[in-house]
Write a protein that binds this ligand. Structure first.
Ligand SMILES: [Zn+2]
Length: 577
């Protein structure tokens, strides 16, 4: 019964969704609302009021397929940040990036094994990426290994049948691997690495099973980080190198098939040279920063920061059918929570098939490969432009200055805000509050439990300043339609860890009071289906007007929000919610 209901709801929903436009083409006329087919298509000039039409006009540009998913370090992110900077100039914001520009480029690099990567067994060389593949274990992994091999057992079966960790110290431990379908999470790379932390290297005989596409990812390196300001500290904990090898290599190491070995059997001498280089990304990753000067000569030297993130997660390698993804996520991935494959029950699979087939009767497959990031964080980025345009036209302007910042690299681990707060372009002490907005265009009951027109999640508003938390509440009460704030995700120890997962934390770590606003998760989170036609523009516009009013209230306070809670002792220590 329950499944039939899910299926019926999904089909109805889909029929509604399919009647809407795709994200291609110019922005629809103002006034079209969610669920309706916009009848007229025309790019509308934006006005100083914060309207649904303005938000729609800008979001359809910023989340267009041509922006290619805006991943930091790619051409798509350059296009997105060019658009924001052009708009900031038109609005009249004062540039506050590097060298009089709107851009602050962050030193984004890809960690990658350099050309000297080599390994050998008893002096006989192995061919990288054919005989062995190596994973980046971070700065604690050794660049050089020269050690005896020892057989560790078969990963994926009974963990008590593996070699004891104290027998592996300083050794190269070779593990055979059970077939992939018998490979439980307990034998993840991280799990094995921490169990055998004292070993020099870990080798797993899985290379024959690893598809070429995945090998290419290992080879080009997948971790994008900030180039460190200072050389990696010696306090980084040592971890073993981690390699996948072919069964043939294991046979060479032990002079015989590894299947016949007993645990603890000693093999030959393994050498490894694996140093990592930091390569700049092909395109720059840029924060965009613009200032609206305050009207009070004294207070104008202080800043209320309003932040969002300009980057998203880019494109997927192989286009997939848009509508199938849309259907699947509504049936099996509510709230953007990705279930493991074994949570797809036969009932869910059947519901999915029925809903997909109902869409097929309406239209043929439409390949899509762009993660548009309309909600994440197109809505936040466009909101900043709207607020800037509205406040630039306000009389009088806010007393304190407003610093608008579109952070890059949020999706890679809040890298742009990390860099800006370590290297602020105005004095750090002059930042009185940061208001962060990320994903503020959804939040209805189809998106998440408790959703509706008054839904808004608030995180962190009282964690440093009770006074800021009070303003968050009092400004809301004065709204024509106040929000019913959801503070659930602000609780200490909440498993979602939202306080630590978006840009606001980078400000809070320096004792700058923050408040974070979001309309929350939904099935299209980080999917090719996060597109502008699924945004609830009425709800979105009310959130933007509220954040504008809150920013103005804080900017006009006689004193900066009082910090009455302990700030983190070390701004570089890990975040704890
Ligand atoms: Zn986001």
């Amino acid at each position: 019964m329950a499944v039939r209901i899910v299926s019926a709801v999904a089909v109805l929903w889909l029929v509604a969704a399919c009647r809407q436009s795709g994200s291609e083409g110019p922005a629809p006329a103002a006034g079209a609302t969610r669920g309706e087919l916009p009848l007229k298509y025309a790019a509308q000039p934006t006005s100083a009021g914060i309207t649904e039409g303005n938000l729609m006009s800008r979001l359809y540009v910023f989340a267009d397929d041509s922006m290619q998913g805006r991943a930091a370090g790619t051409i798509g992110n350059v296009k997105g940040t060019d658009y924001i900077a052009a708009q900031a100039r038109q609005i009249g914001l004062r540039p506050s990036g590097d060298g009089g520009t709107y851009f602050q480029t962050i030193p984004l690099v890809r960690r990658q094994f350099d050309a000297s990567l080599a390994a050998a067994v008893d002096g006989a060389p192995l061919t990288p990426w054919r005989d062995f593949a190596i994973r980046d274990q971070g700065p604690g992994a050794p660049a050089d290994v020269h050690a005896t091999a020892v057989y560790g057992g078969t990963l994926g079966r009974d963990s008590s049948a593996l070699i004891a960790p104290d027998r592996t110290v300083g050794k190269v431990v070779v593990f055979t691997a059970a077939p992939p379908d018998q490979w439980p999470g307990a034998f993840s790379r991280a799990g094995v690495t921490s169990r055998y932390a004292g070993a020099a290297a870990l080798m797993v005989t899985r290379l024959d099973d690893i598809p070429q596409g995945l090998l290419d990812v290992f080879k080009t390196g997948s971790s994008l980080t900030l180039k460190p300001d200072v050389p990696a500290s010696s306090s980084v904990a040592a971890v073993p190198a981690y390699l996948y090898v072919t069964t043939a290599v294991a046979t060479r190491i032990f002079h015989g098939s590894p299947d016949a070995l007993s645990i603890g059997a000693t093999g030959g001498m393994v050498t490894l040279r694996a140093s990592v280089e930091d390569r700049p990304t092909p395109y720059p990753a840029r924060n965009v920063i613009g200032i609206l000067p305050g009207s009070d000569p004294t207070l104008a030297g202080e800043f209320v920061v309003i932040g969002a993130h300009n980057d998203h997660i880019g494109m997927i390698d192989h286009p997939v059918d848009h509508d199938s993804v849309l259907v699947f996520n509504r049936i099996a991935r509510r709230e953007g929570v990705e279930g493991p494959p074994d949570s797809i029950t036969p009932a869910i699979a059947a519901a999915y098939a029925a809903a997909r087939d109902s869409v097929r009767r309406l239209r043929s497959p439409r390949p899509d490969s762009v993660n548009n990031g309309a909600d994440d964080d197109g809505t936040g980025s466009v909101a900043l432009l709207e607020i800037a345009q509205a406040l630039a036209a306000a009389h009088p302007r806010p007393k304190r200055s407003i610093l608008f910042i579109w952070h890059t690299g949020e999706e890679l681990g809040t890298l742009g805000s990390d860099w800006f707060t370590d290297h602020p372009t105005v004095a750090r002490d002059s930042l009185v509050t940061e208001l962060n907005i990320d994903m503020i265009g959804r939040g209805d009951s189809a998106d998440l439990p408790g959703g509706g027109p008054r839904y808004l999640e608030v995180i962190g508003a009282r964690r440093l300043s009770t006074e800021l938390g009070d303003s968050v509440e009092s400004v809301n009460k004065r709204q024509p339609m106040p929000f019913a704030f959801n503070y659930q995700f602000d609780a200490d120890g909440d498993p979602h860890q939202y306080y630590c997962r978006s840009d606001h934390w980078e400000y809070a770590r320096y004792g700058i009071p923050i408040a974070f606003f979001s309309t929350g998760g939904h099935p299209d989170y980080h999917q090719i289906t996060d597109e502008p036609q699924l945004i609830d523009y009425a709800h979105y516009a009310r959130v933007v007007r509220y954040v504008r009013d809150l920013a103005v209230a804080v900017a006009n306070m006689s004193h900066r929000p009082v910090v009455d809670h302990a700030k983190p002792r070390d701004p570089h220590a890990a975040c704890v919610q």
